[in-house]
Structure formats: structure tokens, C-alpha cells
Ligand binder design. Structure first.
Ligand code: GBH
Length: 524
């Protein structure tokens, strides 16, 4: 009898000890999986400069910023930007020093083909990207290439740009040039960056080409981009994949929407509808073949109410649906922020009025200088789970996530933003089994932030835009990110002090258990 109680107490003591040890091991933090693709992102117009050098043609951002400087917050443009056209070796050296596995950059269409048409290529433009790609490969950095990050050649815009269906064929021919010239070394392709943002340039929220064609232009621009994407995907399948063995996708952006009141079915439905309009618009077609049913239904309804003879949201033919279905080899996700929603109508032009929702933010969510970036890491984790459930747990790479501030070198707010979002990704990987295989931070460098000019800074590295040499200076976040990449985790201690700590913990737990045994169990 006595013996039984004693055994029970000993068992309990050992159990408590093991619990303490295991919780210590757990609190040591999750790690990113082996081979996780850490990287940094940039885009041609935002960093290159050299706007008319070596035969580059004019694109829609050159045209808009130079002819209408008043549209840009600080009346600036990307004529010189970070001068990466000349300083690309320095940029690659930074990526190398960060020990990045990959570097995401975009190719300027009008540098490759000045008018956009491929019968007249610009050899010096092609040579630039060959140098950049070779420099990356020589440094063991995997190039992740965006074909189009908002800067179509002005000539193609004069033909109508993305609201002209013929653009999809011009894009396909441009992609053929890229696959043939660079596909031997580039294995990761993003056809289009954030098609939803491109559509804003045709509708209600500025961006080049700064047309105000309302919902009609908005959805037509999206429609053409989707078809363009599917054509490029099939071109790769038919003519390049067997030999080049790469992967192709598109980067989809947007807020994540959560119900204002999680208990209200109406709020839950509204959040789901908002997410389908925001991300489903471009993800549903490439994973399931057509627009999200809820989007189809609501836009059709709205168009009818307005007395239109047809819906502003165009329809795909059967053939097009077939060609779209299954055209993402991986999910490329751009994420910055989350909003709470209720059914209603928001005055903010960032939100699609057809989706009929109203946004709210929690007062406790930290706001950045760029007011649209409100840090909600929990929303990020929920979005990753949403993508997993919606598209069959695809491999996901976060191709953009970052924080805008005034450019301070002591950018602790950026560190805390990035850290909390990486932590959310880690929890999504380990607790929800989300298949996240990479993260390329926005951005390597401070850059030209579109309508916001140089007002907001996103870089791990600062660039002095007042100095013609465009010198680079490392920020605190650079050191932080370097450590994340080196340790595959977010623990502040290095891996040696880390395991030392762990052994000390185990040692003290054993001592505690032993003393409990000596002073508490033995005397009875
Ligand atoms: C990304 O877009 C872009 O891909 C990248 O080029 C850019 O540098 C990065 O963001 C950081 O800005 O009306 O002022 O509230 C993210 C898309 C851009 C959509 C800002 C919402 C709201 C601007 N978002 N936009 S505002």
C-alpha cells in the first residue's frame, strides 16, 4: 500500500520534470524547414533607374511620372531610383552577405523589347539581365523572376493596354523571349505581380496608366491578365518545361478579411465574400478554372441592378476555363495587412464596392507610417490556413511582406513587424501543417514606392536618394534578417548558446526532481 503511494509520487515527480523539459524544448521555438527559401524582393521600375539607357523604351510609369509629376506624393519618379541598373553587383553582394537562398526581381519589358513587340529586341537590355542572373548564380543565389511588375511598354498601352484582349498574345511572345534567353538559368517564374493592383490603373485608384474606366475597365484588365497568364503557362508546358524543368505561377496580393463579429453568420459570409473578391479573383481561376461563384453572382446582380445589358465581369469560354485550370505550380502570396468586415459599403477606394463590405480595424493593431499597413500577424496565419483549405494545401512562397517607415536606420518597428509575421508563418507551418516553403521580404532596398514616391521606405538597406552615387547603408533589420536566415528561426540567441541553455535547463530539472525525491518522498 505504502509502496504504491510512493510509486505514484515518484511517477508524478518524473512526469512534472518531463513536462518542464519538454516545454523548454518547445519554447526554444519552431524552426523553418531545411532548404526554406529565404530571400528578398525588388521590382525593376522601383530600383533600376537607367530609364532611357542602352535602348530601353518608355513604359507607362516613365510616361505618367514624367508627364504628371503632381500625381506622385513627392513629385519624384524612377528615372534613377536606386541606380541598380549600374549597381546590381552591389545589390547581389548584399543578398550574398545576407546568405539569401533566392532573390526576387522583375524584368522591365521595355528594356527587353522597347515597344513591347518582340520583332525588335534590345540586345543591351537582354545583356543586363544576363549579367544580373549570372552574378546571382555565381553567388549561389536562386533567381526568382517576375516578368511583369506594373511597367508595360507605353506603345502597348497606346494600343489599349490590359483592357485590349490582344495584350495576352503580346505578353505570351514577350514570355517566350524570356524563357528562351534566361530559362536555362531561371527556374522560378512569376508571370504577373499583383494583377489586382494593375487593374486599379484602369479604374478608380490611380497607378499608371491612370485611366478611370470604372468597374468595366477594372474587370477587363483582370480578365486579360488571367488569360495572358494561362497562355504563358501553357507556352512553358508545351515548349520549355521538359528541357528547363522550372516552375511558373503569379503573385496574388490583398488584405485578409475577418468577420467583425465572429459569432455573426452575416459577418462570416461577408468576410468570405470579401476574400473571394480580393484573392479568389485571381487564385480561383488558376486553381479551379473560373471566377469564384460568389463573385460571379454579386457582380452579375449589381450589373443587372444598374440596368446594364451584360455583367461588368467578363465570362471565360469553356476552352479558356480549361486552359486556366491548374496553371499555378506554387502559390505566390503577397501579404501586408488584415481588416475586419461587416456587410456595407466602404468609402475607401482600395476596396471593391461590388463586394459590399465595410472595414474596421482594432485599435490595438499597430499602424505603420504607410497607413494601409496595420500589423496583424494573426490575420496572416489565418490567411495561410484559408489558402490551405481553399486550394488544397498548395506549396506557398510569401513573395512579399514588409513594413513602410520614414527610413530610420534603427528600424525596430520593421524588425517587430517582420518577426511577428515570420512567427505567424512558423506557427502555420508547425501547428496547421501549411505548406510554406519560402519568404522573400519586401524589400532588399528602399525604393520608388509608386504613387508614394520616396516617402515610405521598405528596405533592409537604406539608399540615399539625395546622393548621385546612391550609397547603401545597412539598417538594424538587415542584421535581424541575416540572423533569421542563419539560424532558420526567431530565437534571439545563437545556436550554441541556445543548446547550452537547453542542457542547463535539463540539468536543473533533474536536480529539482532529485531534491523532491530526497526531501519530499524519501522521509515519509
Ligand atoms: C506591393 O503592393 C507592391 O507589389 C510593391 O511593388 C510595393 O513596393 C509594396 O507593395 C509596398 O508598397 O491608397 O495609399 O492606402 C501592395 C499592394 C499597395 C495595395 C498599397 C494597397 C494602398 C495604398 N498595396 N495600396 S493607399
Amino acid at each position: 500500500m505504502m509502496n504504491d503511494i510512493l510509486q505514484f509520487k515518484m511517477f508524478k515527480t518524473v512526469a512534472v520534470g518531463l513536462l518542464i523539459i519538454s516545454s523548454n524544448v518547445l519554447s526554444s521555438g519552431y524552426k523553418f524547414p531545411d532548404g526554406f527559401m529565404f530571400g528578398a524582393s525588388t521590382a525593376a521600375y522601383q530600383i533600376e533607374g537607367g530609364w532611357n539607357e542602352d535602348g530601353k523604351g518608355e513604359n507607362i510609369w516613365d510616361r505618367m511620372t514624367r508627364s504628371r509629376p503632381e500625381l506622385i506624393s513627392d513629385r519624384s519618379n524612377g528615372d534613377v531610383a536606386c541606380d541598380s541598373y549600374h549597381k546590381y553587383k552591389e545589390d547581389v553582394a548584399l543578398a550574398k552577405d545576407l546568405n539569401l537562398k533566392c532573390y526576387r526581381f522583375s524584368i522591365s519589358w521595355s528594356r527587353i523589347a522597347p515597344s513591347g513587340e518582340v520583332h525588335k529586341l534590345n540586345p543591351l537590355g537582354i545583356a543586363y539581365y544576363n549579367r544580373l542572373i549570372d552574378e546571382l548564380i555565381a553567388n549561389d543565389i536562386v533567381p526568382l523572376v517576375t516578368m511583369y511588375h506594373w511597367d508595360i511598354p507605353q506603345y502597348l498601352q497606346d494600343l489599349g493596354g490590359w483592357v485590349n484582349p490582344i495584350m495576352s498574345d503580346y505578353f505570351k511572345e514577350y514570355a517566350r523571349v524570356l524563357f528562351s534567353h534566361f530559362g536555362d538559368r531561371v527556374k522560378w517564374w512569376i508571370t504577373i505581380n499583383e494583377p489586382k493592383e494593375t487593374c486599379k490603373g484602369y479604374s478608380f485608384n490611380g497607378y499608371a496608366p491612370y485611366l478611370h474606366l470604372n468597374q468595366t475597365g477594372y474587370y477587363m484588365a483582370g480578365h486579360t491578365q488571367l488569360i495572358a497568364h494561362s497562355k504563358v503557362y501553357h507556352l512553358y508546358n508545351d515548349e520549355f518545361r521538359a528541357k528547363q524543368q522550372g516552375k511558373v505561377s503569379l503573385s496574388v496580393n490583398g488584405f485578409f478579411y475577418v468577420p467583425k463579429d465572429e459569432q455573426s453568420q452575416d459577418d462570416v459570409d461577408t468576410a468570405e465574400r470579401a476574400n473571394q473578391f480580393e484573392r479568389g479573383w485571381f487564385s480561383h481561376p488558376v486553381y479551379k478554372g473560373d471566377y469564384p461563384p460568389v463573385m460571379r453572382q454579386w457582380v452579375d446582380k449589381k450589373s443587372k441592378q444598374e440596368g446594364r445589358p451584360w455583367s461588368t465581369l467578363p465570362t471565360f469560354t469553356k476552352k479558356e476555363i480549361e486552359l486556366l485550370n491548374g496553371t499555378a505550380d506554387f502559390y505566390a502570396l503577397n501579404y501586408y495587412s488584415t481588416r475586419m468586415v461587416k456587410h456595407g459599403s466602404d468609402a475607401d477606394v482600395n476596396y471593391n464596392p461590388d463586394a459590399e463590405f465595410e472595414t474596421y480595424v482594432d485599435k490595438s493593431w499597430p499602424v505603420s507610417l504607410a497607413p494601409w499597413i496595420i500589423a496583424v500577424p494573426e490575420g496572416f496565419k489565418r490567411l495561410l490556413v484559408w489558402i490551405k483549405n481553399e486550394y488544397g494545401n498548395p506549396p506557398v512562397i510569401i513573395t512579399e511582406n514588409g513594413f513602410g517607415d520614414n527610413g530610420t536606420l534603427n528600424d525596430f518597428e520593421r524588425i517587430s513587424y517582420i518577426k511577428s509575421h515570420l512567427s505567424a508563418a512558423l506557427r502555420a507551418i508547425h501547428e496547421d501543417e501549411c505548406n510554406v516553403f519560402g519568404y522573400t521580404v519586401w524589400s532588399l532596398l528602399d525604393d520608388f514606392e509608386w504613387m508614394n514616391g520616396y516617402v515610405y521606405r521598405f528596405g533592409l538597406v537604406s539608399v540615399d536618394f539625395n546622393n548621385p552615387q546612391r550609397p547603401r547603408t545597412l539598417k538594424a533589420s538587415y542584421g535581424f534578417f541575416k540572423k533569421v536566415v542563419a539560424t532558420y528561426g526567431l530565437d534571439d540567441s545563437s545556436s550554441t548558446t541556445h543548446s547550452l541553455k537547453l542542457w542547463l535547463n535539463i540539468f536543473f530539472c533533474l536536480i529539482t526532481m532529485y531534491s523532491i525525491y530526497i526531501f519530499y518522498i524519501l522521509p515519509r
